[in-house]
Design a protein around this ligand. Structure first.
Ligand code: ADP
Length: 316
């Protein structure tokens, strides 16, 4: 079985340590933390001992090295992360508001994260990968789209599998061409990992049951719906369903929960576990990651997740 390959943006995140509105005054910040949804996902895969590799780009700077060093330590193959000599590593400044919503200042569109392309190294990796994980949102970045669509075609033609995190908010309007590409990507997913909002957006219909039905009609093979503190649900094509309650933890920083959850679910399945067992590890990975500041600082190893599961209560 070839490695799980994740394609997409690699960033650092710098987080305000106080809660409030935006960045208009000087304030204490912490970071840089390794980040970018696909990078968080693959970090969790690597930490769990799955074969994992990342495709993306960073600048030739310390923010880039924060990411590549971290992923290497997690056991992720970073040879297909290109180092852009002309553009810096992408970054995001984040501050939480009292109501839990967040203010962001992004430098992504003019960073290395928006500029990676196909190369011989990327092609060689995709040629031997067994599974591909991508974000639907990346389709609106032209360079990422090209790499993703090419990689999806190659991996599927070889009998490899695909997981998709739609990562598209309800109100986001895509142009007609991107919308069509998004639907095509969703339809090709062996595993779709949406939140409730993304489920309806990806299906193009309202209501959970209706959206699930529509997505299976489109061609999706299995769906794992993420519901935050309300847990997660596996849906199979035969109408089978498994509910997994969330663990009871103190949430410090919700960023990255869904990506750790997804990376853990996928890796456990690829390591041969049942859906139910994979859901338990995934729920533990998501919950453990929200307990600390930083988007992937709480991603756990198998041993850490086993200890967490044994010692933590579940909701309901
Ligand atoms: P996303 O980060 O993509 O919005 P969720 O917030 O639903 O996704 O988180 C994914 C999973 O992580 C949830 O299904 C749950 O199992 C776990 N999780 C997330 N937040 C918490 C929390 N505060 N307490 C316990 N588990 C959580």
């Amino acid at each position: 079985l070839g490695p799980t390959v994740c394609v997409g943006e690699i960033l650092v995140e710098i987080v305000a340590t106080t809660v409030g509105d935006g960045f208009l005054e000087a304030q204490p910040l912490v970071g840089p933390f390794a980040s970018g949804a696909p990078a968080i996902f693959i970090s969790q895969c690597g930490r769990l001992g799955g074969k994992a590799a990342m495709v993306g780009a960073v600048g030739d700077d310390d923010f880039g090295r924060v990411n590549t060093d971290r992923l290497k330590r997690d056991g992720v193959d970073v040879s297909a992360i290109s180092i852009d000599a002309d553009y810096p590593t992408g970054s995001a400044f984040v501050r939480y508001r009292a109501d839990g919503s967040r203010d962001f200042v992004y430098n992504i569109a003019t960073s290395a994260a928006a500029r990676f392309g196909w190369s011989q190294t990327v092609g060689d990796l995709i040629d031997r990968s067994g599974h591909l994980h991508v974000m639907g949102s990346a389709l609106s970045v032209p360079s990422a789209r090209e790499v993703i669509e090419k990689a999806v075609d190659i991996v599927r033609a070889r009998g490899g599998t695909l997981s998709v995190d739609p990562n598209i908010r309800r109100e986001l309007k895509l142009d007609e061409d991107t919308e069509r590409r998004f639907s095509k990507l969703v339809a090709a997913a062996d595993l779709l990992l949406p939140t409730g909002e993304e489920l309806e957006r990806a299906a193009g219909v309202e209501g959970e049951a209706e959206a699930i039905r529509r997505l299976f009609e489109m061609g999706v093979k299995e769906i794992v719906l993420k519901r935050g503190v309300n847990g997660a649900t596996y849906f199979g094509r035969q109408g089978d369903r498994i509910d997994a309650p969330a663990f009871v933890v103190q949430e410090v920083d919700p960023t990255g929960a869904g990506d750790c959850f997804g990376g853990a679910y996928l890796t456990c399945r690829r390591l041969g576990m049942s859906q139910k067992q994979a859901l338990t590890y995934a729920s533990a990975a998501g919950a453990r990651n929200v307990m600390v500041l930083g988007p992937m600082e709480g991603a756990g190893t198998r041993q850490e997740l086993d200890a967490f599961i044994a010692s933590t209560e579940r909701r309901r």
